[in-house]
Design a protein around this ligand. Structure first.
Ligand SMILES: [Zn+2]
Length: 319
C-alpha cells in the first residue's frame, strides 16, 4: 500500500503512460543492469496490476481520444523481439492478466543477433584486462573490473549505433574475433513459431522495421521498404494485420523525422510510438506517442518516477 501512496497525486486530466521494455532476463546480468530480471519484472507487474488500469495499446489510444480513459491508464510494450519476452515475461504478464505489445525487428528472428547484444556478449566474455579495438575505430579499453567492462561496452555501443549498417555488421564481426570469445549464443531472439505463439496468447505484435535501421540514415524508399517488409513478415507469421509501429531507437528528429511519421498512415498503421519520455494526452500525435519506464529498484521510487513522468515528462532528467 505504501508503495502506491505517491500515486494519490496522479493527474486528474486523462493521461496515458506507455512503458517500454526490451528484455526480461531469467536471472540478473551485471552487464545488462538496465534490464529487469524475472523477480524485478514480477514486482513491477504486480504494482501495475494493483495501482493502474493496464490496457491493450490500441484500446487505450482509442479511449484516450474518446475521453473514456480510466485514471492511471497504462500500456506495456517491448521492443526488438527477444525470446525472453515469451519465455520469461509472458508467464508473469499472464499471472496478473496484463496485456502487452511486442515490437519486432523481423530480420533478427530465427537465430539473429542485434549488434548491441553481440558487442555486450563479446566484451563480457573477452579474456584479459585490456582490449585494443583501434583497427575498427573503437579505441582501447581496460577490462580489468566489471565496472571497466561496463564502461567499455557503453563507449563501444555509443560509437557503433550511428555507423552505417553494412560497416557496423563488419566491424561487429571483427570485434567478436578480437575479443576471442568464440561462437556467441544464437537463441536470444524469437523464432518465427514463437511470434505466432505470442500472438495466439493475446500479445499484440507490432512493427519495428526489418533490420532495426535508424530511419533518418536511410533514403525515403529504403525507409518505406524497411517498414513495409517488416510489417508484411509479421502479418504472415501471425495471420493478423499489424497496426502498430515503434521507431527504431525512437528519438524524435534524431532517429526518425516528420517524413517517417507521414509514412505510418500510408502504410496502414493505426498508431506509432517513440522513445521520447512523457505521457500521451487527448491531443497527442497518435503516430508519435511517448514512452517511458522508471529504472528504480524499489517500488515506492519506481511509482514516484511514474508520477513525475506523468506530470512533467521530464522524469528522465531527475535522479
Ligand atoms: Zn529497438
Amino acid at each position: 500500500m505504501i508503495a502506491g501512496l505517491p500515486l494519490l497525486a496522479w493527474p486528474v486530466r486523462p493521461v496515458l503512460s506507455i512503458l517500454i521494455y526490451h528484455r526480461v532476463l531469467p536471472v540478473p546480468d551485471p552487464l545488462r543492469a538496465g534490464e529487469p530480471d524475472a523477480t524485478r519484472f514480477d514486482q513491477q507487474m504486480r504494482y501495475l496490476a494493483r495501482h493502474f488500469s493496464v490496457l491493450p495499446l490500441r484500446e487505450a489510444f482509442r479511449r484516450l481520444r474518446a475521453g473514456t480513459l480510466p485514471r492511471r491508464a497504462c500500456c506495456i510494450t517491448f521492443d526488438d523481439g527477444y525470446a525472453d519476452n515469451l519465455t520469461v515475461a509472458l508467464p508473469i504478464l499472464e499471472k496478473y492478466g496484463l496485456p502487452a505489445t511486442v515490437f519486432i525487428a523481423s530480420g533478427y528472428l530465427d537465430g539473429g543477433r542485434m549488434f548491441n547484444d553481440a558487442a555486450i556478449d563479446a566484451l563480457g566474455a573477452a579474456s584479459g584486462d585490456a582490449l585494443d579495438l583501434e583497427e575498427i575505430g573503437l579505441g582501447r579499453h581496460a577490462l580489468g573490473t566489471q565496472e571497466k567492462r561496463r564502461a567499455a561496452i557503453g563507449a563501444v555501443l555509443e560509437e557503433l549505433k550511428y555507423r552505417p549498417p553494412d560497416r557496423r555488421e563488419t566491424d561487429v564481426a571483427r570485434l567478436v574475433e578480437l575479443c576471442g570469445c568464440g561462437e556467441l549464443p544464437r537463441d536470444i531472439m524469437l523464432t518465427s513459431p514463437q511470434v505466432g505463439e505470442l500472438s495466439r496468447r493475446g500479445v499484440e505484435i507490432g512493427g519495428h522495421t526489418v533490420s532495426h535501421a535508424i530511419l533518418t540514415t536511410l533514403c525515403d524508399a529504403e525507409a518505406r521498404a524497411e517498414i513495409r517488409s517488416g510489417k508484411e513478415r509479421l502479418e504472415e507469421l501471425t495471420d493478423k494485420p499489424v497496426k502498430v509501429f515503434a521507431y527504431p531507437n525512437g528519438r524524435p528528429q534524431r532517429d526518425y523525422a516528420t517524413r517517417h511519421v507521414a509514412m505510418m498512415g500510408e502504410l496502414g498503421f493505426e498508431l506509432a510510438v517513440s522513445t521520447s519520455p512523457g505521457v500521451a494526452n487527448s491531443i497527442s500525435d497518435g503516430f508519435q506517442l511517448p514512452r517511458f519506464t522508471p529504472w528504480d529498484l524499489t517500488m515506492p521510487k519506481w511509482g514516484a518516477r511514474m508520477l513525475l513522468n506523468a506530470w512533467s515528462g521530464k522524469a528522465m532528467a531527475i535522479c
